[in-house]
Design a protein around this ligand. Structure first.
Ligand code: A3P
Length: 273
């Protein structure tokens, strides 16, 4: 889980906790933290501090919707509440559970080029565990079995977006899910955030002055009336080098799943495969 961001906990008058109007359902390593932080730039949005894991962890789900509500921030009646738990996207029981408890929620899914997302996922798991050279060897062992891609590797499965998306669309209409292009969000956050504002019917407010490029980090950082901030250092890690023949295998492999995903969601993304 991400480290919590540093918003206050004071409850202004009229503010109450409400079930989230918006849920960022994933995908893990798609840029979910950037998305929720950027959305929080808008004065009509308040975000839950931590990943709630209500719908995917049985121990939380069994505590019921009152517990879920207690995890939400205070919001004024004119504000929207948002929570993000990237594990929701790939968790089979989650769509139906959301429909039961919070049927009106609007869903945001941020996706990234599947191979890049896989490498980011892998890097997150092994970053603190292995030194650099071992990390590269380990990646090959996980990815390749008997010369072929190992389809049982979880991080690879999480990049099969069409498999997971299908389950969501069995439960929610397509119009309820807005897709954010995570690769564009990295390079041009404003473009994607304007689309998010529109989807959520928010008054257009997020603008170019909310973002500035930080050379040292190599990413955009955020600025609002109160302060300037970059995302935590765990966002934007260097990925391991991958042998070109393995990269090729990955791009080839994802070609068909990507096509199915594009067909399912009725749009395309500018991905290598
Ligand atoms: P990498 O660390 O692989 O580069 P999540 O928040 O879902 O875990 O996603 C993390 C990813 O968000 C990072 O993956 C990074 O590429 C991406 N990201 C997008 N916008 C960013 C920003 N402004 N600052 C830092 N990382 C950003």
């Amino acid at each position: 889980a991400d480290p919590p961001s540093s918003q206050g906990h004071v409850s202004p008058t009229n503010a109450t906790r409400r079930l989230p109007d918006i849920i960022i359902i994933g995908v893990r390593k798609g840029g979910t933290r950037a998305l929720i932080e950027m959305l929080s730039l808008h004065s009509d949005v308040v975000a839950a501090q931590r990943e709630v894991h209500f719908f995917d962890w049985d121990s939380h789900y069994q505590r019921g919707s009152d517990w879920y509500l207690s995890q939400m921030p205070y919001a004024r009646p004119d504000q929207l509440t948002v929570e993000k738990t990237p594990a929701y996207f790939t968790s089979a029981r989650v769509p139906e559970r959301i429909r039961r408890i919070n049927p009106d929620a609007r869903l945001l899914l941020i996706v990234r080029e599947p191979t890049e997302r896989l490498l980011s996922d892998y890097t997150q798991v092994f970053h603190n565990r292995l030194e650099k050279r071992k990390r590269q060897q380990m990646l090959e062992t996980l990815l390749i079995r008997d010369g072929e891609l190992n389809l049982d590797y979880k991080a690879l499965n999480r990049s099969l977006y069409h498999v997971h998306m299908r389950r969501w669309l069995d439960v929610f209409p397509r119009s309820r899910v807005h897709l954010v292009d995570g690769d564009v969000l990295i390079k041009n956050p404003l473009v994607e955030m304007k689309k998010v504002e529109e989807f959520l019917h928010l008054e257009p407010q997020i603008n170019a002055s909310n973002f500035y490029f930080n050379q040292t980090r190599g990413f955009f950082c955020l600025r609002d009336r109160r302060r300037e901030r970059c995302l935590h250092g765990s966002k934007g890690r260097k990925h391991p080098r991958v042998a070109p023949e393995i990269l090729r295998k990955l791009y080839d492999f994802f070609h068909e799943p990507n096509r199915k995903f594009f067909e399912l969601v009725g749009r395309t993304f500018d991905w290598k495969s």
